[in-house]
Design a protein around this ligand. Sequence first.
Ligand code: FES
Ligand code: FE
Length: 407
Amino acid sequence: MNMVLKQSIDSDEACARTQVRAGFSLPAYYYEAAERYAKDMAIMRETSWFLSGHASRIPKTGDYFLIDIDNESIIVIRAKSGAIRAFYNVCRHRGSRVCLEQSGHARLMICPYHAWTYDADGQLVGAPDMPAWFDKAEYGLKPCHVDTVGGMIFVSLARGAAPSFEDFTAKMKPFMELYKPENTRIVALDHLSCPANWKLVVENFAECYHCTASHKEYGRVHDLAAMMSYTPEAEGGWLQRLKASGVWREGVLDDISSPHLQAGMQMLIGRGALSGGSTGKPMAPRLGELPEWTGIWTAVVFNPMSQVAFYDDHIILFTFIPRGPTETDCVLAWLVRDDAVEGQDYDPAEVAYMWRHTIAEDKKICANNQLGVASAAYQPGPYSSTETRAVETVEWYLRHFVDVDAQ
Ligand code: FES
Ligand code: FE
Protein backbone atom coordinates (compact mmCIF):
# COMPACT_ATOMS: atom_id res chain seq x y z
CA MET A 1 0.00 0.00 0.00
CA ASN A 2 1.12 3.56 -0.69
CA MET A 3 2.61 4.81 2.61
CA VAL A 4 1.02 8.26 2.52
CA LEU A 5 -2.33 6.65 1.88
CA LYS A 6 -1.74 4.20 4.75
CA GLN A 7 -1.12 7.05 7.19
CA SER A 8 -4.35 8.83 6.30
CA ILE A 9 -6.28 5.57 6.61
CA ASP A 10 -4.73 4.81 10.00
CA SER A 11 -6.02 8.09 11.36
CA ASP A 12 -9.59 7.03 10.81
CA GLU A 13 -11.28 4.41 12.96
CA ALA A 14 -13.81 3.38 10.35
CA CYS A 15 -11.00 2.51 7.99
CA ALA A 16 -8.99 0.87 10.77
CA ARG A 17 -11.92 -1.47 11.40
CA THR A 18 -11.76 -2.69 7.84
CA GLN A 19 -8.10 -3.66 8.39
CA VAL A 20 -8.84 -5.83 11.43
CA ARG A 21 -8.00 -9.42 10.56
CA ALA A 22 -8.31 -12.51 12.75
CA GLY A 23 -4.92 -13.87 13.83
CA PHE A 24 -3.13 -10.61 13.02
CA SER A 25 -1.93 -7.78 15.26
CA LEU A 26 -4.11 -4.68 15.34
CA PRO A 27 -3.96 -1.80 12.87
CA ALA A 28 -1.72 1.00 14.14
CA TYR A 29 -4.73 3.20 14.89
CA TYR A 30 -5.64 1.06 17.89
CA TYR A 31 -2.13 1.29 19.33
CA GLU A 32 -1.58 5.03 18.99
CA ALA A 33 -4.62 7.21 18.25
CA ALA A 34 -5.50 9.61 21.06
CA GLU A 35 -9.24 9.43 20.36
CA ARG A 36 -9.15 5.63 20.44
CA TYR A 37 -7.26 5.71 23.72
CA ALA A 38 -9.92 8.03 25.19
CA LYS A 39 -12.63 5.54 24.17
CA ASP A 40 -10.61 2.65 25.67
CA MET A 41 -10.38 4.51 28.96
CA ALA A 42 -14.05 5.48 29.03
CA ILE A 43 -14.91 1.77 28.76
CA MET A 44 -12.16 0.52 31.07
CA ARG A 45 -13.14 2.85 33.88
CA GLU A 46 -16.69 1.45 33.91
CA THR A 47 -15.83 -2.23 33.44
CA SER A 48 -12.49 -2.92 35.15
CA TRP A 49 -11.01 -3.41 38.57
CA PHE A 50 -7.33 -2.49 38.90
CA LEU A 51 -4.98 -4.33 41.22
CA SER A 52 -3.63 -1.43 43.25
CA GLY A 53 -1.49 -2.86 46.01
CA HIS A 54 -1.63 -4.84 49.20
CA ALA A 55 -3.07 -4.10 52.62
CA SER A 56 0.37 -4.57 54.19
CA ARG A 57 1.43 -1.29 52.61
CA ILE A 58 -0.96 0.71 54.81
CA PRO A 59 -1.15 -1.04 58.21
CA LYS A 60 -2.11 2.02 60.37
CA THR A 61 -4.92 4.55 60.22
CA GLY A 62 -3.78 7.42 58.01
CA ASP A 63 -1.25 5.34 56.06
CA TYR A 64 -1.88 5.92 52.37
CA PHE A 65 -0.51 5.49 48.90
CA LEU A 66 -1.52 6.91 45.53
CA ILE A 67 -2.37 4.97 42.42
CA ASP A 68 -2.49 6.82 39.12
CA ILE A 69 -4.83 5.44 36.46
CA ASP A 70 -5.01 7.31 33.16
CA ASN A 71 -5.31 10.93 34.29
CA GLU A 72 -6.80 10.12 37.70
CA SER A 73 -4.96 10.03 41.01
CA ILE A 74 -6.55 7.85 43.67
CA ILE A 75 -5.73 7.97 47.38
CA VAL A 76 -5.88 4.51 48.98
CA ILE A 77 -5.91 5.03 52.74
CA ARG A 78 -6.44 3.14 55.99
CA ALA A 79 -9.53 4.79 57.50
CA LYS A 80 -10.29 5.38 61.19
CA SER A 81 -12.33 2.16 61.40
CA GLY A 82 -9.38 0.17 60.08
CA ALA A 83 -11.10 -0.36 56.73
CA ILE A 84 -9.35 0.47 53.49
CA ARG A 85 -10.94 3.38 51.64
CA ALA A 86 -10.17 5.09 48.34
CA PHE A 87 -10.80 8.68 47.31
CA TYR A 88 -10.21 10.80 44.26
CA ASN A 89 -7.19 12.96 44.97
CA VAL A 90 -9.13 16.11 44.09
CA CYS A 91 -9.77 18.90 46.57
CA ARG A 92 -13.41 19.88 46.91
CA HIS A 93 -12.47 23.56 47.11
CA ARG A 94 -11.02 24.35 43.69
CA GLY A 95 -9.74 21.00 42.54
CA SER A 96 -6.07 20.83 43.48
CA ARG A 97 -4.43 17.51 44.10
CA VAL A 98 -4.47 17.04 47.88
CA CYS A 99 -1.77 14.42 48.45
CA LEU A 100 1.42 15.04 46.50
CA GLU A 101 3.66 12.29 47.88
CA GLN A 102 3.23 8.83 46.37
CA SER A 103 2.86 7.31 49.83
CA GLY A 104 3.02 8.33 53.45
CA HIS A 105 1.14 8.77 56.68
CA ALA A 106 -1.42 11.52 57.07
CA ARG A 107 -3.61 11.71 60.13
CA LEU A 108 -5.00 14.72 58.31
CA MET A 109 -4.70 15.34 54.56
CA ILE A 110 -4.07 19.05 54.02
CA CYS A 111 -4.56 20.49 50.55
CA PRO A 112 -1.37 22.39 49.64
CA TYR A 113 -3.31 25.18 47.90
CA HIS A 114 -5.54 26.81 50.59
CA ALA A 115 -5.22 24.22 53.35
CA TRP A 116 -8.64 22.60 53.30
CA THR A 117 -8.12 19.62 55.57
CA TYR A 118 -9.55 16.10 55.32
CA ASP A 119 -9.40 13.21 57.79
CA ALA A 120 -8.61 9.58 56.97
CA ASP A 121 -12.30 8.98 56.26
CA GLY A 122 -12.21 11.66 53.58
CA GLN A 123 -14.35 14.04 55.67
CA LEU A 124 -13.63 17.73 55.36
CA VAL A 125 -12.66 18.85 58.87
CA GLY A 126 -11.08 22.24 58.19
CA ALA A 127 -11.91 25.00 55.68
CA PRO A 128 -11.05 28.51 56.90
CA ASP A 129 -13.15 31.64 56.24
CA MET A 130 -16.02 29.96 54.42
CA PRO A 131 -19.46 31.69 54.31
CA ALA A 132 -22.19 30.86 56.82
CA TRP A 133 -24.17 28.66 54.39
CA PHE A 134 -21.19 26.37 53.86
CA ASP A 135 -21.59 22.87 55.31
CA LYS A 136 -18.34 20.91 55.60
CA ALA A 137 -20.29 17.62 55.66
CA GLU A 138 -21.16 18.11 51.98
CA TYR A 139 -17.57 18.60 50.84
CA GLY A 140 -15.75 15.40 51.71
CA LEU A 141 -13.36 13.83 49.22
CA LYS A 142 -15.21 11.92 46.52
CA PRO A 143 -15.03 8.16 47.18
CA CYS A 144 -13.72 5.66 44.67
CA HIS A 145 -14.78 2.00 44.60
CA VAL A 146 -12.32 -0.17 46.49
CA ASP A 147 -12.40 -3.80 47.63
CA THR A 148 -9.92 -6.42 48.75
CA VAL A 149 -9.38 -10.14 48.37
CA GLY A 150 -6.56 -11.93 50.16
CA GLY A 151 -5.20 -8.53 51.24
CA MET A 152 -4.89 -7.47 47.60
CA ILE A 153 -6.48 -4.09 46.98
CA PHE A 154 -8.49 -3.37 43.84
CA VAL A 155 -10.03 -0.07 42.76
CA SER A 156 -12.62 0.68 40.12
CA LEU A 157 -13.26 4.09 38.58
CA ALA A 158 -16.85 3.25 37.64
CA ARG A 159 -19.06 6.29 38.01
CA GLY A 160 -22.10 4.23 38.97
CA ALA A 161 -22.05 0.75 40.50
CA ALA A 162 -18.74 -1.06 40.15
CA PRO A 163 -18.63 -4.44 38.40
CA SER A 164 -19.48 -7.24 40.88
CA PHE A 165 -16.37 -7.90 42.97
CA GLU A 166 -17.75 -11.29 43.93
CA ASP A 167 -17.96 -12.33 40.28
CA PHE A 168 -14.55 -10.80 39.63
CA THR A 169 -12.80 -12.83 42.33
CA ALA A 170 -14.82 -16.08 42.60
CA LYS A 171 -12.86 -18.20 40.15
CA MET A 172 -9.51 -17.01 41.47
CA LYS A 173 -10.12 -17.81 45.14
CA PRO A 174 -9.25 -21.54 44.93
CA PHE A 175 -5.79 -20.62 43.66
CA MET A 176 -5.21 -17.94 46.29
CA GLU A 177 -6.28 -20.03 49.26
CA LEU A 178 -3.21 -22.21 48.73
CA TYR A 179 -0.84 -19.32 49.30
CA LYS A 180 -2.77 -17.15 51.81
CA PRO A 181 -1.75 -13.77 50.37
CA GLU A 182 -3.56 -12.10 53.29
CA ASN A 183 -0.69 -13.33 55.49
CA THR A 184 2.05 -11.70 53.43
CA ARG A 185 3.63 -8.28 53.22
CA ILE A 186 5.30 -6.21 50.52
CA VAL A 187 9.11 -6.38 50.60
CA ALA A 188 9.89 -4.71 47.26
CA LEU A 189 8.00 -2.35 44.98
CA ASP A 190 8.94 -1.13 41.49
CA HIS A 191 7.26 1.39 39.24
CA LEU A 192 8.27 1.58 35.58
CA SER A 193 6.92 3.88 32.94
CA CYS A 194 6.77 2.07 29.60
CA PRO A 195 6.44 4.16 26.41
CA ALA A 196 3.88 1.88 24.76
CA ASN A 197 0.13 1.56 24.40
CA TRP A 198 -1.49 -0.60 27.08
CA LYS A 199 -2.51 -3.23 24.54
CA LEU A 200 1.06 -3.80 23.40
CA VAL A 201 2.03 -4.28 27.04
CA VAL A 202 -0.72 -6.75 27.90
CA GLU A 203 -0.33 -8.64 24.63
CA ASN A 204 3.36 -9.04 25.39
CA PHE A 205 2.52 -10.32 28.84
CA ALA A 206 0.05 -12.83 27.42
CA GLU A 207 2.58 -14.76 25.35
CA CYS A 208 5.94 -16.40 25.88
CA TYR A 209 6.85 -16.66 22.19
CA HIS A 210 9.31 -13.86 22.95
CA CYS A 211 10.78 -15.49 26.05
CA THR A 212 13.49 -17.53 24.36
CA ALA A 213 14.82 -14.54 22.42
CA SER A 214 14.24 -11.84 25.00
CA HIS A 215 14.34 -13.37 28.51
CA LYS A 216 17.52 -15.40 28.73
CA GLU A 217 17.81 -14.94 32.49
CA TYR A 218 14.22 -16.00 33.09
CA GLY A 219 14.74 -18.98 30.77
CA ARG A 220 17.85 -20.01 32.68
CA VAL A 221 15.67 -20.86 35.69
CA HIS A 222 12.25 -21.49 34.12
CA ASP A 223 11.84 -24.33 31.64
CA LEU A 224 10.12 -22.39 28.84
CA ALA A 225 9.33 -25.49 26.79
CA ALA A 226 7.47 -27.05 29.72
CA MET A 227 5.59 -23.81 30.29
CA MET A 228 4.56 -23.33 26.69
CA SER A 229 3.31 -26.89 26.34
CA TYR A 230 1.00 -26.46 29.33
CA THR A 231 -2.61 -27.44 28.92
CA PRO A 232 -5.14 -27.88 31.70
CA GLU A 233 -5.41 -31.54 30.71
CA ALA A 234 -1.66 -32.16 30.83
CA GLU A 235 -0.69 -35.22 32.76
CA GLY A 236 2.69 -36.15 34.14
CA GLY A 237 4.46 -37.12 37.30
CA TRP A 238 4.43 -33.64 38.76
CA LEU A 239 0.74 -33.19 38.12
CA GLN A 240 -0.15 -36.48 39.75
CA ARG A 241 2.01 -35.57 42.74
CA LEU A 242 0.20 -32.24 43.13
CA LYS A 243 -3.17 -33.89 42.80
CA ALA A 244 -2.24 -36.36 45.54
CA SER A 245 -1.13 -33.60 47.90
CA GLY A 246 -4.19 -31.41 47.28
CA VAL A 247 -2.24 -28.57 45.66
CA TRP A 248 -3.63 -29.09 42.17
CA ARG A 249 -6.29 -26.64 41.04
CA GLU A 250 -8.32 -27.05 37.88
CA GLY A 251 -7.20 -24.50 35.30
CA VAL A 252 -9.37 -21.50 34.42
CA LEU A 253 -9.12 -20.07 30.93
CA ASP A 254 -11.87 -17.61 29.98
CA ASP A 255 -12.81 -17.19 26.37
CA ILE A 256 -13.31 -13.76 24.82
CA SER A 257 -16.95 -13.56 25.84
CA SER A 258 -15.72 -12.98 29.42
CA PRO A 259 -15.75 -9.34 30.58
CA HIS A 260 -12.41 -9.86 32.38
CA LEU A 261 -10.62 -12.56 30.32
CA GLN A 262 -9.49 -14.35 33.46
CA ALA A 263 -7.05 -17.21 33.73
CA GLY A 264 -5.68 -19.36 36.51
CA MET A 265 -3.09 -22.03 35.87
CA GLN A 266 -0.33 -23.93 37.55
CA MET A 267 2.93 -24.53 35.71
CA LEU A 268 6.12 -26.38 36.40
CA ILE A 269 9.11 -24.08 36.94
CA GLY A 270 11.23 -26.93 35.66
CA ARG A 271 14.78 -28.20 35.98
CA GLY A 272 14.23 -29.00 39.63
CA ALA A 273 13.79 -25.35 40.59
CA LEU A 274 11.69 -24.70 43.70
CA SER A 275 11.37 -20.93 43.36
CA GLY A 276 11.85 -18.20 40.77
CA GLY A 277 15.03 -16.45 41.95
CA SER A 278 18.47 -16.41 40.36
CA THR A 279 19.32 -19.93 41.57
CA GLY A 280 15.91 -21.63 41.56
CA LYS A 281 16.40 -22.40 45.25
CA PRO A 282 13.92 -21.39 47.98
CA MET A 283 14.31 -17.71 48.92
CA ALA A 284 11.87 -17.29 51.81
CA PRO A 285 9.64 -19.36 54.11
CA ARG A 286 6.94 -21.36 52.33
CA LEU A 287 3.61 -19.60 52.01
CA GLY A 288 0.21 -20.48 53.37
CA GLU A 289 -0.59 -24.10 53.86
CA LEU A 290 1.53 -25.62 51.14
CA PRO A 291 2.40 -29.10 52.39
CA GLU A 292 5.72 -29.30 50.51
CA TRP A 293 7.92 -27.51 47.99
CA THR A 294 5.91 -28.04 44.83
CA GLY A 295 8.27 -26.88 42.06
CA ILE A 296 5.40 -25.01 40.40
CA TRP A 297 4.24 -21.47 40.04
CA THR A 298 0.64 -20.36 39.73
CA ALA A 299 -0.49 -17.59 37.38
CA VAL A 300 -3.67 -15.74 38.31
CA VAL A 301 -4.96 -13.28 35.73
CA PHE A 302 -7.79 -11.20 37.20
CA ASN A 303 -7.90 -9.25 33.97
CA PRO A 304 -5.18 -8.40 31.44
CA MET A 305 -4.17 -5.36 33.52
CA SER A 306 -4.09 -7.12 36.91
CA GLN A 307 -2.07 -10.31 37.25
CA VAL A 308 -0.45 -12.24 40.09
CA ALA A 309 2.31 -14.87 40.12
CA PHE A 310 2.43 -17.18 43.12
CA TYR A 311 5.59 -19.13 43.88
CA ASP A 312 5.84 -21.36 46.96
CA ASP A 313 7.74 -18.67 48.88
CA HIS A 314 6.82 -15.32 47.32
CA ILE A 315 4.10 -13.53 45.39
CA ILE A 316 4.43 -10.94 42.64
CA LEU A 317 1.65 -8.46 41.88
CA PHE A 318 1.72 -7.04 38.35
CA THR A 319 -0.41 -4.08 37.35
CA PHE A 320 -0.34 -2.50 33.90
CA ILE A 321 -2.00 0.89 34.02
CA PRO A 322 -2.77 2.98 30.94
CA ARG A 323 -1.48 6.55 31.36
CA GLY A 324 -1.71 7.85 27.82
CA PRO A 325 -2.04 6.65 24.20
CA THR A 326 1.56 5.42 24.20
CA GLU A 327 2.33 5.30 27.90
CA THR A 328 1.69 2.48 30.37
CA ASP A 329 2.83 2.16 33.97
CA CYS A 330 4.08 -1.24 35.10
CA VAL A 331 3.82 -1.58 38.87
CA LEU A 332 5.30 -4.68 40.51
CA ALA A 333 5.15 -5.63 44.17
CA TRP A 334 6.89 -8.62 45.75
CA LEU A 335 5.48 -10.21 48.92
CA VAL A 336 6.71 -12.83 51.38
CA ARG A 337 5.20 -14.26 54.57
CA ASP A 338 4.45 -11.49 57.02
CA ASP A 339 6.40 -13.25 59.79
CA ALA A 340 9.57 -13.63 57.68
CA VAL A 341 12.55 -11.66 58.95
CA GLU A 342 14.61 -9.66 56.46
CA GLY A 343 18.27 -10.67 56.37
CA GLN A 344 17.50 -13.89 58.17
CA ASP A 345 14.69 -15.50 56.18
CA TYR A 346 14.92 -13.57 52.92
CA ASP A 347 16.87 -10.98 50.96
CA PRO A 348 14.47 -8.55 49.21
CA ALA A 349 16.93 -7.99 46.35
CA GLU A 350 17.04 -11.72 45.66
CA VAL A 351 13.26 -12.10 45.94
CA ALA A 352 12.79 -9.28 43.40
CA TYR A 353 15.75 -10.18 41.20
CA MET A 354 14.19 -12.28 38.44
CA TRP A 355 11.16 -10.17 37.63
CA ARG A 356 12.97 -6.88 38.18
CA HIS A 357 15.31 -8.07 35.45
CA THR A 358 12.55 -9.52 33.26
CA ILE A 359 10.19 -6.56 33.39
CA ALA A 360 13.04 -4.25 32.36
CA GLU A 361 13.45 -6.44 29.28
CA ASP A 362 9.69 -6.33 28.65
CA LYS A 363 9.73 -2.55 28.91
CA LYS A 364 12.36 -2.41 26.18
CA ILE A 365 10.46 -4.91 24.01
CA CYS A 366 7.23 -2.92 24.25
CA ALA A 367 8.97 0.42 23.64
CA ASN A 368 10.56 -0.95 20.47
CA ASN A 369 7.24 -2.45 19.43
CA GLN A 370 5.56 0.95 19.79
CA LEU A 371 8.31 2.63 17.74
CA GLY A 372 7.80 0.12 14.94
CA VAL A 373 4.02 0.45 15.02
CA ALA A 374 4.43 4.22 14.59
CA SER A 375 6.25 3.70 11.30
CA ALA A 376 4.50 4.20 7.97
CA ALA A 377 5.86 0.75 7.08
CA TYR A 378 3.94 -1.01 9.86
CA GLN A 379 1.12 -3.29 8.90
CA PRO A 380 -0.59 -5.90 11.10
CA GLY A 381 1.42 -9.12 11.25
CA PRO A 382 0.41 -12.75 11.86
CA TYR A 383 0.69 -14.29 15.34
CA SER A 384 2.51 -17.59 15.79
CA SER A 385 0.78 -20.77 16.90
CA THR A 386 2.08 -20.26 20.46
CA GLU A 387 0.71 -16.71 20.85
CA THR A 388 -2.84 -17.91 21.35
CA ARG A 389 -3.43 -15.89 24.50
CA ALA A 390 -2.19 -12.72 22.78
CA VAL A 391 -4.63 -13.41 19.95
CA GLU A 392 -7.42 -13.87 22.48
CA THR A 393 -6.42 -10.67 24.25
CA VAL A 394 -6.75 -8.75 20.97
CA GLU A 395 -10.06 -10.44 20.14
CA TRP A 396 -11.34 -9.74 23.65
CA TYR A 397 -10.35 -6.10 23.21
CA LEU A 398 -12.11 -5.86 19.86
CA ARG A 399 -15.26 -7.49 21.23
CA HIS A 400 -15.56 -5.47 24.43
CA PHE A 401 -13.97 -2.13 23.56
CA VAL A 402 -14.53 -1.72 19.83
CA ASP A 403 -17.63 -3.88 19.35
CA VAL A 404 -16.12 -5.68 16.40
CA ASP A 405 -15.34 -9.38 15.89
CA ALA A 406 -12.19 -10.17 13.94
CA GLN A 407 -12.90 -12.12 10.75
FE1 FES B 1 -7.63 22.74 47.92
FE2 FES B 1 -8.13 25.30 47.66
S1 FES B 1 -7.92 23.85 46.09
S2 FES B 1 -7.81 24.20 49.48
FE1 FE C 1 8.23 -10.88 28.62
